[in-house]
Write a protein that binds this ligand. Sequence first.
Ligand code: ADP
Ligand code: MG
Length: 246
Amino acid sequence: MTIPFFEIKNLSKSFGGLTAIDQLSFQVERNTIFSIIGPNGAGKSTIFNCINGLYKPEEGEINFKGQSLRGFRPDQVAKKGIARTFQNLELFAHMSTMDNLLLGRHLHMKAPIWQLIGLSIKPLKAAKEEIHHRQKVEEIIDFLELQSARNQFVSALPYGKQKLVELGRALALDPELLLLDEPAAGLNQEEREEMVFWIKDIRNHLVITVILIEHNMQMVSSISDRILAINFGKKLVEGTAKEVLN
Ligand code: ADP
Ligand code: MG
């Protein structure tokens, strides 16, 4: 029996009397794009919050490359190679794109963060480490074509670019699994198409597995290898875009 890259088994999570996730199970294969769809309040974001350790599920298992994620804090889950973006932008608006991406690398940093960002005179070890992290971040800036935004405050960028910066910050972690919570929410048609392009590129060229939450069915069917539809925290149907549309 082969070990699934990522799997959720019989996951349940409730808030008071409300069951947000109800005995949910699914598996995600390596290097695929797996989408979760469902109406508002269906429990989609709660799944991500259980995966990355923000919420503690009452029941069930979450396994990443054969290892249980049970009991790990968000920073520990991130260190295992699982990065995420949030439904509402969570960026430092009054910092540059570069510094936001550098913050995305903080789990890989040995020197204290205040030595790496903002200080003009740095201890030698921190200075050397900074060069390495800046190179990594420059690669992501080039990959996402964010060069013109590099030194701008995030607050000065159009919303579509801000969403890309958030994507870049998640990539800065060097993840194997990327959790994207409605990355196209609030984007116009053109920006949405651009986002679809980047997500495909991330899977194809960075060889990262993607779990995507999205409610635009058109976007989901053009991008996903598999789709899971949920409501009231329960699985309605799972399969390829064609199967789910039927
Ligand atoms: P979706 O992302 O599919 O729109 P959510 O996962 O955010 O849905 O929410 C699922 C249900 O769980 C909703 O009824 C929501 O109100 C509830 N819920 C989510 N997080 C919390 C929380 N921290 N406290 C209480 N209820 C919550
Ligand atoms: Mg949500």
